[in-house]
Design a protein around this ligand. Structure first.
Ligand SMILES: [Zn+2]
Length: 375
């Protein structure tokens, strides 16, 4: 580092916890930050330490990784508080009925729907919501003509909220640790198919449920808790796809930028016709981005690729895969469109096999993750 450190603002202790976590775990820079007690120094300094493997300075890398972290954190923090609506995808499942007045599917009359419905296969695990060390109490009860088997859950982390899961195939009452499996989805009571009916009750009244808690219940972890993993996965995929070149275009496929995103994923032109209000750009940014704009803007790429990788990872973890398998499956999906092909050894028209891609992405992921954690 070749600059003098002065006007060090903000101080480490003034940063929000998320940022301390990101900086502390994501970067070797973290160690230096702690020593200096100063974060502004990193953003403004000319950094001359160079990483041998990637040839980038730590200053560059810090700024890049920060942008990804910021995008992912921003997206998921907003997302946590968002009210769940019909059509939302939660842990890989799509909400088919929202909170509020609706035509009742069995009784065929307008009724208040005091929760949301999430169709799932039978047996999907519902976890106790809370931070490590929290106590979560679950009361199981039965309403054969209505809710079927029900779990009412309260956590010492949010004593003012009762979470209700209904139509369950299984419920385990009593005191649990945060993260424990307390119920499984099913098709009991007045139900037309396996689904989870989910309520968030505050002050004795059902409120419109918030996304973050339901994701938490289904994944067993608070959304965002794996931020360090997401960043490592992002780094591994970008290293394989573009080597960090945000202007890279694949001459064979037209894939674009850092994560080599197919243009069709942006403009939904899989049938040859581009569509508006559609695609990964619309999902993540809420607007359509042309392939040209995408290619010129590394921040947009970081946001879209970071969020898409995080949601792909969430899906695999929720499906019960361990982290290593989940990463391989996400890599296979990123490379081929199909996570089931993670062990496919056939060469891909001049490119490496899907297994070879997935294995080497996972290897990079573990190495980066270790580096990120050590420092
Ligand atoms: Zn319902």
């Amino acid at each position: 580092m070749n600059s003098t450190v002065k006007d060090c603002k903000p101080h480490w202790s003034e940063l929000p916890p998320t940022w301390r976590y990101v900086i502390g775990t994501a970067m070797q820079a973290g160690e230096l930050v702690l020593k200096l007690g100063c974060v502004g120094a990193i953003a403004t300094s000319t950094w001359v330490m160079v990483d041998k493997e990637t040839n980038e300075t730590w200053g560059d890398r810090f700024r890049k990784v920060s942008a990804v972290a910021e995008a992912v954190v921003g997206f998921y923090d907003d997302d946590f508080k968002a009210l769940i609506s019909k059509g939302d995808v939660i842990a890989g499942y799509t909400v088919n009925s929202g909170f509020g007045l609706r035509m009742h599917p069995i009784h065929q009359e307008m009724r208040m729907h005091s929760g949301i419905d999430l169709p799932t296969p039978e047996g999907v695990q519902v976890h106790a919501i809370g931070y490590a060390g929290d106590r979560v109490s679950v009361r199981c009860w039965s309403d054969p003509k209505g809710y079927g088997t029900v779990a009412d859950m309260t956590s010492s982390a949010f004593p003012e909220i009762t979470f209700r899961a209904a139509h369950l195939s299984h419920c385990k009452g009593g005191e649990h640790r945060a993260g424990a499996v307390v119920a499984k989805t099913g098709n009991t009571g007045g139900s037309t198919g396996a689904h989870l009916h989910w309520e968030q009750i505050q002050g004795g009244v059902a409120q419109a449920p918030q996304k973050g808690y339901l994701v938490w219940a289904l994944n067993g972890r608070k959304p965002n808790e794996r931020l360090g993993d997401t960043i490592s996965l992002y780094q591994a995929i970008v290293a394989k796809e573009s080597g960090g070149d945000h202007t890279a275009v694949n001459p064979d496929t037209g894939a674009l930028g850092l994560g080599q995103v197919m243009p069709q994923n942006l403009n939904c032109s899989w049938d040859g016709k581009p569509k508006s209000n559609c695609g990964w750009d619309y999902d993540v940014l809420g607007r359509d981005v042309s392939p040209q704009e995408f290619l010129q803007n590394p921040e947009i790429q970081q946001q879209i690729v970071g969020v898409k990788l995080e949601s792909a990872l969430q899906r695999q973890i929720q499906a019960g895969h361990d982290m290593n398998t989940a990463v391989k499956r996400v890599a296979a999906e990123w490379y081929s469109g199909n996570p089931e092909l993670a062990y496919d050894t056939r060469p891909q028209a001049g490119y490496e096999s899907i297994k070879s891609y997935a294995d080497s992405a996972a290897e990079k992921f573990h190495r980066l993750r270790q580096q990120n954690l050590e420092k």
